[in-house]
Design a protein around this ligand. Structure first.
Ligand SMILES: Cc1cc2nc3c(=O)[nH]c(=O)nc-3n(C[C@H](O)[C@H](O)[C@H](O)COP(=O)(O)OP(=O)(O)OC[C@H]3O[C@@H](n4cnc5c(N)ncnc54)[C@H](O)[C@@H]3O)c2cc1C
Length: 479
C-alpha cells in the first residue's frame, strides 16, 4: 500500500492527499452518526484530469474508492467500510464554475460546488437553481446528482434528474466520459447521464455537470396552515393545485409533535399559529416577474375557500421575506431537532400520492400498537407522495444498540408495509449501506439482476463504492 500512497501523493501533491488521522476523522462518520469507517487516506483532487489519473492508479492497485461530497447523505453512502483499505475521494476542492450562460439559463459547474453557493451564484444573475433541502450548506452538486436528491420543490421542478442537462464523469477504468453540452433533443440511444444520476458513486465519479436554471422569484409567499387530519392536508393540496397551479412549488406537512420537537430545539423560534393543530402544512407559493401579478390575492382567495369548506382551521401568510425564511427554518430543522432528541430509525418512503394519508394513519397506528413504547411520526413532502416516517426510540434507549436490535426489526416491519402498499423503500435519500439488505430482501429479482448487470458492465473490478446500493453478487451467493 505504501507504493500506492507514494504514487497518489506524487500525483496529487501535498494539498491533494490527507493521511493525518485528526484531519480524516470528521469525514469517516456519516451525518446521522450511524456509520463509522476507516480509510487508507483522503484524496482531494483538483481537476478532472487528476481524478482520472487517480482512478487509473486505484484500478491498477485494486484499491476501492468511496466518493464523497459534503457528507450530508442520509444512508451512509459516503462512509468507507471498517477495513481501512478504501480510499476516500473527496470532490470538495473541485468547486469551480466553468461557465454561466444567463441567456440559455444554464450553469456548468464542478462537482464540489455547494448547493447554497449555487443558489447565490444563480441569484446574482437574476436566476435560480430550483432545488433546495435542509443540508444545502453542505450538500454538493456531485452528491445531489449521485443521490438524485429531491427536496422541497420537486412538486414543480422535479428531482435532480429533471435539472441535469449535461454531465462529465470519470469511469471505473479512469476514462473521462464528457457530455456537458446539452441538447434539447438527442436520440442516439440510451441516455447515459440518467444511468449515472442516482448511482451513488457505484458507476462513475461525477466531476462536473451542466444544470438548468429558472427565472428568479419575483414574489414569494409562505403559508403556514393548521389542519385537522392528514386527509385534510391532502385535500388542501388538491385545492391548492387547482387554484394556484404551478405557483405552488412546495407542500410540506408535519404533525404537532414534530413541530413541538423543533420548537424545543430552536429556543428562539416561535410557533406560527397560536393554537395547536393535529397537522401543520407549509405551502410555498412563488411567481417570477412574468406572472407575479395578484399572487397574494390569489393565495388569500384560495385559503379563504379552504377555510369556508372547513379544510383549514387556522393559517398565516408570511408578511416578509424574514418571516418566510422563519417558517422554512422550522421545516428544515426537523432532521437536526430529531437527531438531538435521541435515537430513532428513519424511513424515507413513498407510496402512490393518493394513498399516502391512509398509509400514514395505518403505519403510525400499527407501529404504536405493536411497540407501545415508541413514537412514530411522518413528515415531509406530501405533495410528492413522499414522507419521512421516523420511529423514535423509548426514552433512555442507548443510541446504536437500540437501532441495531429493536430499530432494525421495526424498520423491516415498516418496509414490509411500504411494499404491501406498492411503495418504495427509498423515495429520495438513496440506498447507500443503510438500505442495501432491505433492497435485496424486498426488491424485484429481475430489477436486482439488471442492477447487477449494469454494475458489472461499468465496474467489473467492483472498485467504485463497494458495499453500497448494489453488490456484484448478493450476500451468500457462491461466486
Ligand atoms: C438536514 C438535512 C436535510 C436533508 N434533506 C434532504 C431532502 O429533503 N431531500 C433529499 O433528497 N436529501 C436530503 N438530505 C440528504 C443530502 O443532503 C442529499 O443526499 C445530498 O444529495 C448529499 O450530497 P453530499 O454532497 O453531501 O453527498 P455525500 O453525502 O457526500 O454523498 C452521497 C452519495 O453520493 C456519492 N457521491 C458524492 N459525490 C459524488 C460524486 N461527485 N460522484 C459520484 N458519487 C458521489 C457518495 O459516494 C454517496 O454515495 C438532507 C440532508 C440533511 C443533512
Amino acid at each position: 500500500m505504501n507504493t500506492f500512497l507514494d504514487d497518489a501523493s506524487a500525483l496529487l501533491g501535498p494539498r491533494g492527499l490527507v493521511t493525518d488521522a485528526d484531519l480524516l476523522s470528521p469525514w469517516l462518520t456519516d451525518w446521522r452518526g450511524r456509520y463509522h469507517g476507516r480509510a487508507l487516506a483522503m484524496a482531494l483532487p483538483g481537476s478532472t484530469a487528476e481524478v482520472s489519473a487517480l482512478v487509473k492508479l486505484c484500478a491498477r492497485h485494486g484499491v476501492a474508492i468511496v466518493p464523497q461530497g459534503g457528507n450530508s447523505g442520509m444512508c451512509g453512502g459516503a462512509t468507507p467500510d471498517a477495513s481501512g483499505a478504501q480510499l476516500l475521494l473527496s470532490l470538495r476542492r473541485m468547486d469551480a464554475v466553468r461557465a454561466f450562460d444567463a441567456a440559455a439559463r444554464q450553469v456548468t459547474c464542478e462537482a464540489g460546488v455547494i448547493l447554497e453557493t449555487l443558489h447565490r451564484i444563480a441569484q446574482a444573475e437574476g436566476l435560480r437553481f430550483p432545488l433546495s433541502l435542509g443540508g444545502k450548506g453542505s450538500a454538493t452538486v456531485g452528491g445531489l446528482i449521485s443521490t438524485n436528491a429531491g427536496g422541497t420543490q420537486v412538486l414543480r421542478h422535479g428531482t435532480m434528474r429533471a435539472l441535469v442537462l449535461g454531465l462529465e464523469a470519470v469511469l471505473a477504468d479512469g476514462s473521462v466520459w464528457s457530455a456537458l453540452t446539452p441538447l434539447r433533443k438527442d436520440n442516439r440511444g440510451f441516455d447515459l447521464k440518467q444511468l449515472l444520476i442516482g448511482s451513488e458513486g457505484t458507476l462513475g465519479i461525477i466531476t462536473a455537470s451542466t444544470l438548468r436554471l429558472v427565472p428568479a422569484v419575483a414574489e414569494r409567499i409562505v403559508v403556514w396552515a393548521g389542519v385537522g387530519s392528514i386527509h385534510d392536508a391532502r385535500a388542501l393540496l388538491l385545492h391548492g393545485e387547482e387554484r394556484l397551479g404551478a405557483a405552488m412549488e412546495g407542500f410540506e406537512v408535519m404533525p404537532e409533535a414534530t413541530l413541538r420537537a423543533v420548537l424545543d430545539y430552536l429556543p428562539d423560534a416561535r410557533a406560527p399559529l397560536e393554537r395547536s393543530h393535529p397537522w401543520h402544512v407549509l405551502i410555498e407559493v412563488v411567481a417570477d416577474r412574468a406572472c407575479a401579478a395578484n399572487l397574494r390575492e390569489r393565495t388569500e382567495t384560495a385559503l379563504a375557500e379552504a377555510f369556508a369548506s372547513g379544510l383549514v382551521h387556522d393559517a398565516v401568510l408570511s408578511a416578509s421575506e424574514g418571516q418566510a425564511e422563519a417558517f422554512w427554518t422550522l421545516r428544515e430543522s426537523v432532521a437536526p431537532a430529531e437527531r438531538a432528541k435521541g435515537p430513532a430509525v428513519q424511513h424515507d418512503i413513498s407510496v402512490p400520492v393518493e394513498r399516502m394519508p391512509d398509509f400514514i394513519e395505518a403505519a403510525v397506528a400499527t407501529m404504536e400498537q405493536r411497540h407501545p413504547e415508541i413514537e412514530a411520526v411522518a413528515f415531509g413532502h406530501l405533495g410528492d407522495g413522499n414522507v419521512h416516517f421516523h420511529v423514535i426510540a423509548p426514552p433512555g434507549a442507548v443510541a446504536g444498540a437500540w437501532q441495531d436490535l429493536e430499530g432494525k426489526a421495526i424498520s423491516a416491519e415498516v418496509y414490509d408495509m411500504v411494499a404491501e402498499w406498492g411503495g418504495s423503500i427509498s423515495a429520495e435519500h438513496g440506498i447507500g449501506q443503510a438500505k442495501l439488505e432491505e433492497l435485496e430482501r424486498l426488491g424485484d429479482p429481475v430489477s436486482l439482476a439488471l442492477l447487477r448487470q449494469v454494475k458489472a458492465a461499468l465496474d467489473p473490478q467492483g472498485i467504485l463504492n463497494p458495499g453500497k446500493l448494489v453488490r456484484l453478487a448478493p450476500l451468500g451467493a457462491t461466486p
